[in-house]
Design a protein around this ligand. Structure first.
Ligand code: ZN
Length: 144
């Protein structure tokens, strides 16, 4: 499954919307092919639609990602619960709630850290990414 990255990080650590054209050398936006590979200033980055990344302002880290993913994964009802010999119940309501929470955290973490790998995090929230690929939710959300 290929999930497109929404954000690209240049050599200097600044983040850019992935829809721009980039210099292959330094990764900064370059529409004309005459990039000097010198780091753009903070105001230039802002003007071009990028985000200057300030590590000191990052609120969350891998420890938070793992903590949230584990809690959601452990509470996701993934067993088919037999209610009789022929019927099973899938707890679809509880699943949707957990998927919504996972998506909300994914958006929050990405806003906090442009390098955050939302699809990978989402699959980490799933007790079984083969059967329940949470990263699909991200792709669907993207297409809306
Ligand atoms: Zn360049």
């Amino acid at each position: 499954m290929v999930v497109e990255q929404k954000v690209k990080i240049d050599r200097f650590g600044n983040a850019w919307p992935a829809t721009l054209e980039f210099c292959p050398e330094c990764g900064q936006p370059d529409n004309c092919g005459d990039c000097t590979h010198k780091q753009l200033t903070t105001s230039e980055v802002g003007w071009l639609g990028g985000w200057v990344r300030l590590h000191s302002e990052q609120k969350y880290n891998r420890m938070h990602y793992n903590f949230v993913a584990k809690r959601l994964r452990n509470h996701y009802p993934h067993e088919r619960r037999a209610i009789s010999d022929t019927d099973v119940i899938y707890d679809s309501g509880a699943r949707r709630v957990i998927e919504d929470i996972a998506m909300e955290f994914a958006h929050r973490f990405l806003a906090d850290n442009p390098e955050f790998d939302a699809p990978a995090f989402l699959d980490q929230c799933s007790p079984d990414p083969e059967s329940f690929p949470f990263s699909e939710l991200w792709r669907i959300d993207d297409n809306e």
